[in-house]
Structures are given as C-alpha cells and as structure tokens.
Design a protein around this ligand. Structure first.
Ligand code: TYM
Length: 338
C-alpha cells in the first residue's frame, strides 16, 4: 500500500537553542508550525550546530537544547504527526553542507546581513562557522527536499540563498535538489522590541524589558507591556511613524486572532495605558497553557530522550536519500557503508 504521508508536501523549520523562545520566535515562527501538521509532513529541529557560531558554554548549550526541545512540544507540535529532532543528531546535514559549500560563493555569504550584524557584535570572534552558517541552513532544508519553510522575515535572506544554491547545484549537476518556498505569516513576521520598536525583538537583547519570553509569568508579561515604548501621540492607530503602537497592535492581533482593523476599532478612543494592559493580559492568557505544558514536559527527561532519539533516527533515514543522490551526482565513489 502507498504511504499516504509520502504524498504530502514537506515542511521544515528550525530554531536555535540560544535561550527561552521570545514572543517574536513564537508569533513569527513556532506557533504557525503546529497548525501546518495536518496538511503537510513536518520536520522541526533544534539548531544546536548553529548555536556554537557564537560563544556558549557547553553545559549551557546542553541545558538550553533540551529546554528548547520541550518548548517546541509545548507550543503544540504533535509527535504523532511531526518529527522533532536535534540537528547534531543527524550528521547528514553537515555532510551535505560540505558539498554545498563548493556551490556557494564567498561574495554572496559576505552580503548576508545577519553575518554582518553578528560580526559587528562579536568582533573578537568572527569565525568561519559564522560566515558559513547560511550554507548549513541551506543543507538543513535541501537534505529533506522541503517544499516550504515557515520562518520570520529575518530568515528570508538565508532562504533566498538556499534557493540560489539549489538552483546552482541543479544547473551544474542536473535536477537533484528541490527549490523550497518561504512561508511568512500574514501577521507578526517581524515582532519588534518593546523598548526600541525600530529593532527586531531578539533573544540576545541585553534589556530584559525589551523582550517577552514565552515562559514569563503573567505579572512579568504585564509589567513589560506597561513599560513598552510608544509615542507622544494619543491615537491608537496603525500608521507610519507609530512603530511602538503598530507593534502592540500586531502582537494583540496575532494572539487574539483578530485583524489589525478589528483591533484598532476595539481600542478606539482609549488611552495607551489601558491598551498596553489589555495587550499584556491577552498575551499572558494566550501563553499560559504553553507554560504549563512546558513545566510538565521538562520534568520528564526520559520521555524527551525517547522522542528526540526516535525522530532523529527517522530523519536520518530520510536524509540519506538526498545525500546519496548528491554524492553520486558530484562523482564520489559509491560505498555500501551508508
Ligand atoms: P532563530 O532561532 O533566530 O529564530 C527562529 C524563528 O523565529 C523567527 N523570529 C522572529 N519572527 C518574528 N519576529 C521576530 N522578532 C523574530 N525573531 C525570530 C525567525 O525568523 C525564525 O523563523 N537560522 C535560523 C534557524 C535555522 C533554520 C534552518 C530555520 C537553522 N536552520 C532551516 C529554517 C530552516 C535561526 O537562527 O532562527
């Protein structure tokens, strides 16, 4: 009998275990992953190999990787429908990366904005991994022949590079790698900092008030929203120049399921204080079940281990299909060892 799941289109995405997920990670990416599971075959992973491109203590990385794994499950990813694994458990990603490196130009990697930003932030450690990171990301995607990659706006440049690499490889060796599409959510593809709404909300922000973490408790969430930077105007409207209010309206709409227009209407004539409080309450209530589920899962290390081991095994098997094809195309002598 044909395997029905083999006919479904394939979705793949990953997240770095560099800290508790932010509301940006959640709205821009992770919360969209669960609802895709029925229609698509989904693979999600914790990008621990990407995380070592900046300095991180080994014990901290280990702890954060497990925590990130539990957070993904708590965000509604169902292991009966999707595979959720840890990147370093599936060595084929970095094996493919080597081959793809040889179809990637120095110039195109030099243009990656994230590379430029991180080089500026860590001038004492501009390592080759930081430079090459987008090729590993391309390999993560192309090794499974993914059809679609749900990410926030900040990852679109990397995704475009992955498409270029796939096209270049196919042009040189013949049709081998599927060229993936990006999937950007209609609302919240770029959630901004609460303290500087012209900047992306980021795990690495040093100001804790700038970032909502998905495991923050209700009081903390409300306090951070109360302190959110807005403007000296009084009108709750989605307009150019009102970055703070636009961001709060985006967040509110994303967690309430309302459109921006409906949200604007709801708060018409109200003060910023009342509005910020309402956004805080809505976010806290929305995240409460995630926090509860996470608290339960993180206690059960044996269960987590069983899950990530099984999923990595299945992902590895799937990924060998592409790796073997690629190795053959480039002219490596076949072996029975894989
Ligand atoms: P990472 O860990 O930085 O972020 C994970 C996901 O969260 C999205 N995101 C946001 N979306 C909206 N607003 C924000 N403020 C915000 N901050 C983060 C990101 O766009 C991303 O979708 N390189 C990737 C991980 C990765 C990957 C992959 C993703 C590795 N290999 C293959 C897709 C496919 C990263 O560092 O994401």
């Amino acid at each position: 009998m044909a395997d029905a799941s083999a006919e479904k289109k394939l979705i793949l995405s990953g997240i770095q275990p560099t800290g508790t997920f932010t509301l940006g990670n959640y709205i821009g990416a992770v919360r969209n992953w669960g609802p895709l599971q029925d229609e698509y075959r989904c693979l999600y992973f914790i990008a621990d190999q990407h995380a070592i491109t900046v300095k991180i203590e080994p014990a901290e990385l280990r702890k954060k990787t497990l925590e990130a794994y539990a957070q993904l499950l708590a965000c509604g990813i169902d292991l009966n429908k999707s595979l959720v694994f840890i990147q370093s458990h599936v060595p084929t990603h970095s094996q493919l990366m080597w081959v793809l490196n040889c179809s990637t130009q120095f110039g195109e990697l030099s243009r990656m904005t994230q590379f430029k930003d991180k080089s500026r932030k860590h001038p004492d450690d501009i390592n080759a991994g930081l430079f090459d990171y987008p090729v590993l990301m391309a390999a993560d995607i192309l090794i499974y022949q993914a059809d679609m990659v749900p990410v926030g706006v900040d990852q679109m440049q990397h995704l475009e590079l992955a498409r270029n690499i796939a096209n270049r490889f196919n042009g040189r060796y013949g049709e081998t790698l599927k060229v993936p599409e990006g999937y950007i959510p209609p609302i919240g593809a770029k959630v901004m900092s609460l303290q500087d709404p012209t900047k992306k909300m980021s795990k690495s922000d040093t100001n804790p008030n700038a970032v909502i973490l998905i495991l923050d408790d209700k009081d903390t969430i409300i306090r951070k929203f109360k302190r959110a930077v807005t403007d000296s105007d009084t009108e709750i409207a989605f307009k150019e120049g009102k970055d703070g209010i636009n961001n709060l309206l985006t967040i509110y709409s994303a967690v309430s399921g309302k459109t921006i227009e409906e949200s604007v209407k709801e708060f018409e004539g109200q003060g910023y204080g009342t509005f910020k409080m309402a956004v805080g309450e809505a976010v806290a209530d929305h995240l409460a079940p995630v926090r509860e589920e996470y608290a339960r899962l993180i206690q059960d290390k044996a269960y987590l281990k069983e899950c990530y081991t099984r999923c990595a095994g299945e992902a590895l098997k799937m990924s060998y299909r592409t790796l073997n094809k690629v190795y053959k195309k480039v002219g490596f002598v076949p072996t029975e060892l894989r």
